[in-house]
Ligand binder design. Sequence first.
Ligand code: HOC
Length: 389
Amino acid sequence: DLTKMTNIEDLRVVCKRNVPKMFYEYVDTGSWTQSTYRENVSDFSPIKFKQKILVDMDNRTLETTLLGQKVKFPAMTAPVGFMGMMWADGEIHMAKAAQKFGIPFTLSTMSICSIEDLVEAGVEPFWFQLYVMRDREFMKDLIRRAKEAKCSALMVTVDLQVLGNRHRDIKNGLSTPPKFTIPNMINLSTKIPWGLRYIFGSRRWTFRNIAGHAKNVSDLSSLSSWTKEQFDPSLSWKDIAEIKELWGGPIILKGIMTPEDAQEAVKYGADAIIVSNHGGRQMDDTISSIKALPDIVSAVGSQTEVWIDSGFYTGQNMLKAWALGAKGIMLGRAPVYGLGAYGEEGVTRALQILYDEMDTTMAFSGHRNIQDVDKSILVEGTYPLPTRK
Ligand code: HOC
């Protein structure tokens, strides 16, 4: 019974207790000083709702569409690397929970379970996230595999061709499977249920999408040098055109932080863009996603679907983003805490918490249908406005 898990923070605490330190800290970190990581959350606080009373709030709905797909609320789960190290077969559990709840799931290139593992586990068509590596034939092969699996959208991450420095990953010697060092063994000895699930359940320990392609996947002795070796820093807009053509289906660009880049994305045919600073894990000392949103919505909101991620741990903040023009909110750490805490059930609990918070806050603001919600639910002067026409 997870009803005592009343907020995302409760799930985070259990996740921290259950999951080996290096994997928990991989998720729960930002880059360098972590200022962007923190401001992604703190920049929501000044934004205030107006309370509206004595209006009919019965029969509410948060239903909407994302790329034409009907969803229970304007959310999707993010492509999180190493997800399958939070819980054995984590990507399969996350996908099943998200899809049963009624929102899309996105599989990361850097996932533990592969595209084919998900198909074999009977997961419905999902979205695939692409990292572009130096070996372009490999990229083409990933796109081919995603097509074969009938993935319904391709999400290209455009802000990670070089890696932000995450101190904890370096100090922890992040690798998968974990190396047999004394500190790792001491920590793993306190995570027995986690280990048993791997030993007696799944034997999937390492990045199976890229196994056999990217060199030394199992010897990921330093995340930053490995990424430097594999990821292609020369990725540019002309590659986006090529990827779009190869893919031939809906394409989402994740990692847009300025109106100029958003306009470029529209020019290159992005069906949706995600305002994102990668959860504060990449460029440090850049603005929060919520501060970047209004200018981007005003620049391209009528030409493409504008979504957002980074810093969403409450339904209240999801509703603020919707009110400011985001048509979808991508959830990364919040459902991952649920996964690390209780597997599939934990993900469902995380989504239910966020759904209920968003729904109830919408009711407090006097609305029954999310489609009627706009920035009029927010107190003037408390939210960021577009800075240019
Ligand atoms: C070896 C993995 O989205 C993150 C992920 C991508 C990690 C790529 C490197 O950590 O933010």
